[in-house]
Design a protein around this ligand. Sequence first.
Ligand SMILES: Cc1cc2nc3c(=O)[nH]c(=O)nc-3n(C[C@H](O)[C@H](O)[C@H](O)COP(=O)(O)OP(=O)(O)OC[C@H]3O[C@@H](n4cnc5c(N)ncnc54)[C@H](O)[C@@H]3O)c2cc1C
Ligand code: FES
Length: 1270
Amino acid sequence: TPGLPPSDCWDRLWLPLRPRRISGLGVCVLKLWFPSLCSHFSVNACLMPVCQLHGAAVTTVEGIGSTKTRLHPVQERIAKAHGSQCGFCTPGMVMSIYTLLRNKPQPTMEEIRETLGGNLCRCTGYRPIIDGYRTFCEVISSFISGFLHAVGESLEPFRTETSGKEKLLPLDPTQELIFPPELIRMAELEERATQTFRGERMTWISPISLDELLQLKSQHPQAPVVMGNTNLGLDIKFKGVVHPIIISGFRVRELFEVTEKPEGVCIGAGSSLSTVRSVLEKCVCSLPAEHTQTLAALLEQLSHVAGEQIRNVATLGGNVASAYPNSDLNPVLAAGNADHLCVIPEGKREVPLDKDFFVGFGKTVLKPDEIVLSVFIPVSRKGEVVRAFRHAPRKENALATVNAGLRVWFEEGSNVVKEMSVYYGGVGPCTVSAERTVQQVIGRPWNEATLSDAYRALVDEVTLGASAPGGKVMFRRSLTLSLLFRFYLHVLQHLKDTVRPPSVTCRRFSDADSDVPSGQSEQDPVGRAVQHQAALSHATGEAVYCDDFPRTQGELFLSVVTSARAHARITHIDVSRALSMPGVVDVFTADDIPGKKFRSFTGIDEEILAQGEVTCVGQMVCAVVADTKPHAKLASAAVKVHYEDLPDRIFTVEVAVEKRSFFLPQREIQRGDVTKAFQEADHIYEEIRLGGQEHFYMETQSMLVIPLGEEKEMKVYASTQHPTMVQEAVAETLGIPSSRVSCHVKRIGGAFGGKLSKTSILASITALAAWRSERPVRCVLDRGEDMLITGARHPVLGKYKVGFMSDGRITAADVRYYANAGHTPDDSVLVIEKILLHMDNAYNILNLRGQSAACKTNLPSNTAFRGFGVPQTPWLHCGCASSCLTKNLYKETSLTHYKMEFDPEVLLRCWEECKERSELDRRRLDVARFNQQNRWKKRGIALIPLKYGVGFAEGFLNQAAALVHIYKDGSVLVSHGGTEMGQGIHTKVQQVASRELDVPLSMIHISETSTSSVPNTCPSAASIGTDVNGMAVKDACQTLYKSLEPIRKQDPNGTWQSWVQLFGSNTSFIKWGKNKRHDLYMDWVKQEGRPYAYFTYSACCSEVELDCLTGEYRTVRTDLVADIGRSINPAIDIGQIEGAFMQGLGLYTMEELKFSPSGVLYTRGPGQYKIPAVCDVPLQFNVYLLSGSHNPHAIYSSKGVGEPTVFLGCSVFFALKEAVAAARSDAGLSGPFTLHSPATPERACIACGTRFTQMIPETETAQPWALELP
Ligand SMILES: Cc1cc2nc3c(=O)[nH]c(=O)nc-3n(C[C@H](O)[C@H](O)[C@H](O)COP(=O)(O)OP(=O)(O)OC[C@H]3O[C@@H](n4cnc5c(N)ncnc54)[C@H](O)[C@@H]3O)c2cc1C
Ligand code: FES
């Protein structure tokens, strides 16, 4: 498109799709259909170049159904199954399943699960999404039973809206969209000729024949041949690589030919990985088994490559030519003796895919003008065994850490090895061949002695330096051995002829229910599993997020320039080049801030933009404002910041402690006589490191600031949990009264604590841009920027000493917590306070001492995150055998260590019920039996209790107000201070208003959260949103309802509308409501207080199965019993519990933030940072809401639910620890051992102490690739 900036041109497709340009999340999925292809395929829009789509029918979520016309069943079912919370991922889920159904209207469960493998969701925990979509499967029974949740002891089945298939819109394939006839006509009429698209900086040429392609390639040898764009696109989008000319092979038919021959199958290099999979499946089914070894190994590997949306476009040739060091295909192709056919203008040549093919990182022996035409995969020979293995940080949709392709060929009728090849990926800059290792095996029998020599050779042959990129050196090296060992076992079995295909396990989930007393009116929605108020808008793509607001006249875009140094003085900022670039309007620094140049958190100032000195990589230094996002980005990259490095960079808490680098105050709390108690007990010293956690909300930080041009008024639309904080920050930064700034929040695409302080700073910067330019300014961080700038959950080092008696009773504990706060205070002091307040968890330890400190380091500043310190406290379980935990629970009405009285009756009920429902005693025996029978797989089971304080320790933060309007037609508009971020607060508030006004839910509307409707709001945080805002709405509605009483009495047979009309014509029908503020406090000097309104309790039992050779694990089953009082909406609450649990599972076992030794965050996207995906949901996941629990401190006796169960993810961690202990015992290792969190496969595998990890020599003491945090 002439005039359009180049990268906009490249990305043009995302414009109609809403700007959710996030790669690897599956948020931007759409369906493609080409006239030449009979099947539909789903792709990620963010990696799909629009030029590739000429002639294609593109369907987005908006195209398949809408709330205004007709819903599509795919949209309806995810909504009815409570499968959307914040809704940001929902269109992607919908389109993935829609595409599947277009190809296969009655899919299997496995197909549904696999289809969703490429879609990430940070809110739901996936269970309801799967449940909603399994209704499309043929087996209906699992669907009906699937929607019943056990509630406490009653186990009363409750049927939600979706519990009968007859109530759902039927899927009728005949009603689907047909291929647009005009596109068919266009395809028929169009002359097949080379297409050329020209942008400002790029030219896209799409030839139609191989000859033309070759000609173009020899004219432009440096121009890449784009196929699926899954490799090239990442470089262009995220690394700023510019290719002036790009040649597309997409229309060259010769690249897509597939030929089956007796010797093997020849697959066109342009075939997508999905096509390759289908071809291989067909071959494996039709050929004799002995010929299918390589094909089957490749097929196995392909099922784990990326997600479906990537496999649908990524090509075989692209994978080979990209020469990724951890390509999953290359090791097995190489091991299987594949060839590939290359063409150059002068002719064809066959090039073996062997050790000589890969010559370096991303480099092959291909000449610049050479093209891969096809790949030939030979059938295996009699006596040949081929296998491929991979280990990845997540089972699906993650690049392999290490993979292997292995082949062995035996002398006929013997076990003597005639030929062998072993290739590894992930252990060097390219695919490597272990030739010397192979030499140890050839000519020898396949037995333990031969392989032992091979292992030793492999340790010497495949090595990695201590600072090798990617880190995990010892683990990766040990994986090469373990994978070879696996192959050894597989071949042994093969030789015995006992190889069976792996069995597929079916998942079972349990589901939602309701807690409604008998006699409650049918209309009263409280306690019922009401669907999320915006679920249909989420599912149809109609839900509007901050960046969906249409561009306004003259709007500008802001991009921030961040520090590249961890600790340095800024000597000069050169903005001249940036200012001269196209579209740039302004560049400003802290000097240009007219008002306060900092924000104060817990009494300590934090600079909005760096002034003179930077203290971490990623600190915001200045901002660039331009007419478009690409222009702003290009210009911000052109700003040159000159630094002078300063000494004393601190990254870890150990160094911070040594240098006394803290944010004050430090906190301490003690009860009993800890010193004396230790004299009378045995004790252990331990330390546990708990890593940080990225919020990974799907919608990144987004804001739009519009100056109204009059009286300094500014309108701020922001994705924030705390509109009041944003309003105050903007006003203070600009030096204007708060009354001139209004902050509006429609909805947030996930927040989890990450959209409080950091958003207010970003909003201040954006508002300054709008102030200076007097034009609307938008700022939407890219994923990488967001992860770099906004901080995460605090990593914590816990050092503890536990004193216990011989019967397991804990008599004393002394714990010190050091949280890595980063370079500014943010909420860190509050976090370390909450850590101390929750250090007792559910245990009554009479002599208890805790100290905590927020360490000041040169890393990005950490901030609030769901649970706010509580998930960092599971120290006790590390030092206490799980069988002893019962002895130490609070048993009767007690005082906590800060002297708050509480009755643990409900805690004990959760504990006992969880024990019973999980059949813990029986399963413990089963686990022990399993562990006795298996050497390389171990199981572990752990039951963990939780006592969680709800509320802010500062009384004023627990207050709220609401404004209720009733209009003359009877419709009701409710405004309150809570923001809707997926936790369902608007739905619950609607339920409250519906009950109090006695009107149907449909009459109540909540439009947005706005500081001009409800001022001085508290943040939507600390699990109290519904408690306080619901109470305020209740108050307002009750007053309004009361004022209607005379009219109701006067006209008892009237309707709501008639009463309202009568009343509204005389008087105003608007009411304020407020909730009673709890007087909560904590006196740290006296070490006593009542910091919480109440406690909520739960218990969770998880069982895992660990593969000791690779550290991979699977959560076999989780049973979670939660006390949430009397739930206002059990479906929403269960969604919160499941989502929080899965986030906890990620925290304790998967999610790893990695920093370079100079403090640069490596993990800046879904490629490097893995959150749980659908494959990580426990195979059996039962959530029970405890019955008969009441709570006088919150609305309708409910309890806060958003945060607590993150902690219970640690049940998986401790189950893993038990499994590791069993492995260690087999390895002859006894006694206590340390396992830090997250218990990643790397850590679990090394802790198992197998012979393979022990074979790896200690690496030299060079600087490791990544910092060891906290
Ligand atoms: C989210 C995500 C997850 C992934 N996960 C995995 C995984 O688990 N395992 C794995 O192995 N891979 C994985 N990949 C990598 C993916 O398989 C490769 O990017 C893909 O196969 C490359 O093919 P393409 O057609 O998209 O290449 P393109 O991006 O179009 O091109 C890549 C390079 O190959 C060259 N090229 C392409 N075709 C030819 C040809 N015929 N002849 C000569 N040169 C050619 C191009 O010039 C270019 O330099 C993942 C990628 C993404 C984005
Ligand atoms: S509902 Fe899936 S990310 Fe929020």
